[in-house]
Design a protein around this ligand. Structure first.
Ligand code: HEC
Length: 154
């Protein structure tokens, strides 16, 4: 949990989110970086849905599609490497959502962020078993946030 918070904080720092908004500091904030409310992309829920559909889902699909292949080719690994990099890069954007300060949102995001890091590591190491496990965890962890915040989603 602590480690996830640090990973997320690192992701946020990498994205250079030092927006100067007055952030509401949640009392038990585990890491100071989390208190900084990063700039959300303009617009609300519809933009977020498009971002999920156009960026997050395509970065996740190759993990799900390829990790259960009998054997992954070098080209498959290249695809997955790129996808996992895109997915990791998408995390600060999800954190920047207007709902990003909700503890449930943060909790889901930290899990998915850890899964994305694990998938990226698996891709670097060409560890198919680890990739499949990260993908499995994402099914549950992506779904966790959707259950809380997008009840219409399956
Ligand atoms: C912290 C919350 C959160 C996490 C984590 C998250 N999502 Fe989402 N996602 C949402 C919300 C909320 C929506 C609905 C749109 C909105 O309200 O902004 C959504 C919508 C979607 C949609 C569009 C559904 C539709 O048919 O309209 C897809 C696809 C999607 N997410 C994929 C993913 C995948 C894949 C992951 C994991 C890698 C993921 N999401 C992780 C919050 C999250």
């Amino acid at each position: 949990m602590k480690r996830n918070a640090i990973l997320l904080a690192a992701a946020l720092t990498l994205a250079g989110c030092n927006q100067n908004q007055t952030a509401q500091v949640p009392a038990p904030a585990p890491a100071p970086v989390e208190a900084a409310a990063p700039a959300a992309p303009a617009g609300g829920t519809d933009d977020r849905r498009q971002f999920m559909i156009n960026v997050v889902a395509p970065a996740t699909k190759p993990i799900w599609d390829l990790s259960y292949a009998d054997k992954m080719s070098d080209a498959d690994w290249e695809t997955v490497k790129k996808a996992t990099a895109d997915l990791v890069a998408a995390m600060p954007q999800i954190a920047a959502d207007p709902r990003g300060q909700d503890p449930k949102w943060k909790d889901s995001l930290m899990k998915v962020s850890a899964d994305a890091d694990a998938a990226q590591k698996a891709a670097t190491e060409k560890n198919q078993m680890a990739l499949a496990m990260a993908g499995d965890a994402m099914v549950e962890d992506c779904g966790g946030c959707h259950k809380d915040f997008d009840p219409g989603a399956k």
